[in-house]
Design a protein around this ligand. Sequence first.
Ligand code: 6PG
Length: 242
Amino acid sequence: MVVYGKRAIKVTVKFNVCSSLDETLQALKAALLSSIDKSIKAKDHCAIALAGGGTPQPLYRELSHSKLPWYKLTVTLTDERWVPTDHQDSNQNMITQCLLNQAGSELKFIPLKNNFASAIEGEAGCEASLSAQMKQLDVVVLGMGDDGHFASIFPDTDNVSVLLDQSTPQKCMAVSPPGKQPRMSLTLSYLLTAKVIYLLITGDKKKQIIDDIMSNQFSSQQYPVSILLNQQVCPVHIYWNA
Ligand code: 6PG
């Protein structure tokens, strides 16, 4: 496992290059379990936000077989498509199948989808639910799209600036990415309340995006992940395989 890192003033971005998906999953699972253990030792609890999409699904299945005090974990999603929770595109549906069903009812899951017809109408309720039950995060797992988005912080949405503004007080915001389902996304400011953020990516295209950002040190809303990699608050550990 080759690691190179850019140490900013306070924050380390570590890029872990793995030789296979299995090596990636084992390495990331070990790191995740260690972070969860640290949080439980420190505060007898761990608040985790997990990415949707396809890449992390085998990780969640791996994690579901781990011996963890699940009752000490509170889990939410980094973002959610505003579809019924039994819909094939629902991240809640995915995480239920990959993790929640196996981890049992002890684990406390905080959904982002509520019964409001639209994400805009559901935003206040989602914010209230997170504020009441997950004031801050301890561990985050993110994925990244080919356009450099993470969570549902897409470069071409009206509120991308607010979503990426580290002084934004909100924990979540409704997002309407052009040509995609409306979504609810956690904000960067809320994600950065975590002690550590893990970014799981695969493929050469996504690695090139990271390499460009790391070597040119640019920070632009056109690539939201560049803002994440250049912030000075929370360590970001990237796990990648070809
Ligand atoms: C979602 C995710 C999103 C995802 C990226 C990468 O709801 O789609 O939260 O941010 O992490 O789009 O998705 P893949 O892992 O499927 O490439």
